[in-house]
Design a protein around this ligand. Structure first.
Ligand code: NAD
Length: 452
């Protein structure tokens, strides 16, 4: 099996990537097992230094990685550069971990009691196609830092930057077999991470449907899992907010990466008393989003990633869809989809409940604080969200009331490498990034040593 890369902005075919078989996956897992033993036995300072060299190698390759992501995924060049730099930052941040992976000394009678954070062994990381290299780094950097070997399976459509990161790791001097990138099908390579007992943890980012399957499969071996899944996040705008600012920024809370973002604020909830005013401000903001050639420095939004995904997103905007207004998109080759704002009559409209994962946002009115929270929480997901108000007390109350892992007041920030990220409810299990991420790649071992 193989997959030929298609540039989503031009529909031109690129390189063909061979997919690994089950046997090749098992061989890679065996290599990882051997490499992990040597890696974990190394002096922590040596492991830290090796990760810093890996970060340096990524730093030297930022432009190349960014160009690869433009060609493979259609990301605007400015965004793609940010992503490559983010991978470097994540590696730098976790290069501090090996020398700071502290256990505890616990007061007990008759001796000393200490804990160790032991590596798990081999970790499998399975990534989606929307942010291929950043999401991969959230798994591999802390896992390597904690003394594990990592196998990375990129999404079928977007393997190029992951493959390059694997090359950079080797060039930087990481031991052979320690960090391997295994392009392949989810049903072959990804599933094998779940069923092969040498893999002790699976970090999965992708759809909730596949995440459930992985969690069920992992139960058979009590295998550890971290799941980062879907979202249908709310951007809640109260009447007392800076409405112009809220409206001007709302498109960038949902249309970034063409809406192919698990944190996309794809529901805008607006207090009824200012709904009409907000919509007046929103229209020029949506029409002003610069959609076009990803290589143009001014471009803010590129194409959708693949024809199949274009068809899926299009199915949510049939000819009788409740379209309020749309932005623009290029014509001709490429999977272009104009930013689209829907205003359905019902809170149960499919656009208000399904994760569309494209540049489509649904605007709904609400009445008061209680109604806003009820509406925001009326979803199986709970990943992200924003709250716009000038009232600090309300910002705090609503932040505590919304069932979501990552909230942002008067802004749309979700991901920083030094703060935890993850979902409530069916948006996931566990947390990535931040100061504690490496602990999720360890087992706590307790040792008692008597004083006599
Ligand atoms: P997907 O679930 O179809 O695929 C994700 C990955 O899983 C791919 O690498 C795929 O090959 C692999 N896979 C598929 N079937 C598998 C199986 N049976 N066993 C093991 N692996 C398998 O998701 P996608 O379409 O690539 O990505 C879009 C989804 O990802 C959206 O739902 C989005 O919300 C979610 N996502 C979540 C986050 C987050 O951090 N919460 C981030 C990005 C994307």
């Amino acid at each position: 099996m193989s997959y030929t890369i298609i540039n989503p902005a031009t529909e031109e075919a690129g390189e063909t990537i061979e997919h690994l078989s089950l046997e090749q996956t098992d061989e890679a897992i065996d290599r990882a097992k051997r490499a992990q033993k040597e890696w974990a036995a190394r002096n922590p300072a040596d492991r830290a230094a090796a990760l810093r060299l890996f970060a340096d190698a990524v730093d030297g390759d930022v432009e190349n990685l960014a160009q690869l992501e433009v060609r493979n995924s259609g990301h605007p060049i400015g965004q793609a550069r940010w992503e490559a730099e983010h991978v470097r930052n994540v590696l730098e941040y976790y290069s501090a971990t090996p020398e700071r992976l502290f256990g505890k000394q616990i007061p007990v009678a008759g001796g000393i009691d200490v804990t160790f954070q032991e590596p798990l062994g081999v970790v499998g990381v399975i990534t989606p196609w929307n942010f291929p290299m950043t999401i991969a780094s959230w798994g591999f950097a802390p896992a390597l830092a904690a003394g594990n070997a990592v196998l990375l399976k990129p999404a079928e459509w977007t393997p190029l930057t992951s493959i390059r990161l694997g090359e950079l790791a080797l060039q930087a001097g990481l031991p052979e077999g320690l960090f391997q990138v295994l392009p392949g099908q989810g049903s072959v390579v990804g599933e094998r991470f779940v069923t092969n007992p040498t893999v002790r943890k699976v970090v999965f980012t992708g759809s909730t449907a596949v995440g459930k399957r992985i969690m069920a499969g992992a139960a058979d071996q009590i295998k550890r899992v971290t799941l980062e899944l879907g979202g249908k996040s709310a951007n809640i705008v109260f009447a007392d907010a800076d409405l112009e600012k809220a409206a001007a920024s709302a498109p960038y809370g949902v249309f970034e990466n063409a809406g192919q973002d698990c944190c996309a604020r794809s529901r805008i909830l607006v207090q009824r008393s200012v709904y009409d005013k907000f919509m007046e401000y929103l229209e020029p903001a949506v029409k002003g989003v610069k959609v076009g050639n990803p290589l143009d420095e001014a471009t803010e939004m590129g194409p959708l990633v693949h024809k199949k995904h274009f068809d899926s997103v299009s199915s949510y905007v049939p000819s009788d869809a409740p379209v309020a207004f749309r932005g623009s998109a290029p014509e001709g080759a490429g999977y272009w989809f104009a930013p689209t704002v829907l205003t359905p009559d019902s809170r149960n409209h499919i656009s208000a409940t399904d994760e569309i994962f494209g540049p489509v946002v649904t605007v709904l009115p609400f009445d008061d604080d209680a109604d806003a929270m009820e509406l925001a929480n009326a979803t199986e997901y709970g990943l992200s969200g924003s709250i716009w108000t000038r009232d600090v007390g309300r910002a705090l109350r609503i932040s505590r009331g919304v069932e979501s892992g990552n909230l942002s007041v008067n802004s749309h920030s979700s991901v920083r490498y030094n703060t935890p990220f993850g979902g409530f409810k069916q948006s996931g299990l566990g947390r990535e990034l931040g100061p504690d991420a490496a602990l999720a790649f360890t087992e706590t071992k307790n040792v008692f040593i008597p004083a006599d």
